[in-house]
Design a protein around this ligand. Structure first.
Ligand code: ADE
Length: 370
């Protein structure tokens, strides 16, 4: 049976009525400041709303505007990002703030080209800033919005498919033609977050219920059609908590590349056929020039990255003489040092290392025996 295509203008009116009655109170919705909206959107890219809310408030307190972020020290920027993970987002935000000061007189630009030229700003983030901050008719299509529209239009192509993306854009522009782009953008995101849920959609309370093609054809749970996906690769790694009884040893990651400049425990990936203990001994020798003989396994931890699932084997390594780590004369090329748990808590760390800190190191008083 041919069903009529959903009408964007009528759908938008129902959506906005629903949004007016159901929107969550979120701190970035109280502002029109383009910088604050950029910060919130970058934080929300890979992190849940519950985690972002306190981090956003802290960040805006510490870096209330573009100049304060542009002139901050990198260490401080990384620290303010802690808990959110994917630290390159923080460094990109700071680089963006510096470019905005240099090239745009300190005002976030509104044109596609200038926004997309900022580090860390892709099509989604640019569209979010343009619609939410400047009320321009630009679509911001994240995973939630994709799901809503794949269902509303009952698309048989995966969400990332070019044909799907073109349909999304056309429909959203139609919704924005006679309504505030800001409201349409926010309301679509909110519908995806609160109603059009992946596994248990709440179709009965949905403003699109009468229009939604997937609802009428009984295909809601089959939309979006999954695309081809690379499976997450399983990796095993070891970390050593080196301690002299009072302090722990940490080293700084290189200034370029993944998780640049963050502080971490020594360790690394297991090689083919290697046991965790053997891998730890090898890593400690390669990285620090020390030979460890007695390591105590304290536990394992699972940690997911975008493309990897890592099993981390964590060992406690007691060191008699801290001045022998790294071994005298060993050129590691990386800043490193011994820190009390209290001092270590003040250092920015990758998420897996922060987990190790909170599980096995923190909670100990700074002067207690470890
Ligand atoms: N996810 C991405 N952007 C969002 C926003 N502005 N509000 C709530 N959730 C979001």
């Amino acid at each position: 049976m041919a069903l009529p295509a959903p009408d964007p203008a009528r759908g938008a009116r129902r959506l906005l009525d629903w949004f007016a009655a159901n929107a969550r109170e979120l701190p970035w919705r109280r502002t029109r400041d383009p910088y604050a909206i950029l910060v919130s959107e970058v934080m929300l890219q890979q992190t849940r709303v519950d985690t972002v809310v306190p981090a956003f408030l802290r960040w805006m307190d510490r870096f209330p505007d573009i100049p304060s972020l542009a002139k901050a020290g990198q260490e401080e920027v990384l620290k303010a990002w802690e808990g959110l993970g994917y630290y390159s987002r923080a460094l990109n935000l700071q680089r963006a703030a510096r470019l905005i000061l240099e090239h745009h007189g300190g005002q976030l630009p509104r044109e596609d080209e200038s926004l997309l030229a900022l580090p860390g700003v892709g099509r989604y983030t640019a569209g979010a800033v343009q619609s939410l901050a400047f009320d321009l008719p630009r679509e911001a299509i994240d995973g939630n919005v994709e799901r809503v529209l794949c269902r509303l239009l009952d698309l048989e192509t995966p969400a990332k498919d070019r044909r799907s993306q073109a349909r999304f854009r056309k429909h959203i522009r139609g919704m924005m033609a006679e309504n505030s782009p800001r409201s349409v953008s926010e309301a679509l995101m909110e519908l995806g977050a609160l109603v059009c849920l992946p596994r248990n959609p709440r179709c009965n309370g949905c403003p699109f219920e009468g229009d939604c093609l997937a609802r009428q054809r009984g295909t809601v749970l089959d939309r979006p059609v999954p695309g081809k996906r690379m499976p997450a690769r399983a990796i095993q790694a070891v970390f050593g908590i080196l301690t002299d009884g009072r302090r722990i040893f940490l080293q700084k990651r290189p200034p370029e590349g993944l998780m640049a400049n963050l502080w971490e425990f020594p360790g690394g990936k297991l090689e083919e056929g290697e046991s965790p203990r053997k891998a730890l001994r090898r890593e400690l020798f390669e990285e620090l020039g020390i030979r460890s003989r007695e390591e105590e396994k304290v536990g394992t931890l699972r940690h997911s990255y975008t493309r990897f699932i890592v099993t981390l084997h964590v060992f406690l390594v007691r060191v008699e003489d801290a001045s022998g780590v790294p071994a005298p004369g060993k050129m590691t090329g990386r800043p490193s040092g011994w820190f009390t748990p209290l001092e270590a808590r003040g250092l920015p760390m990758p998420a897996a290392n922060a987990k190790i800190m909170s599980r096995w190191v923190e909670g100990l008083e700074s002067d207690a025996e470890i």
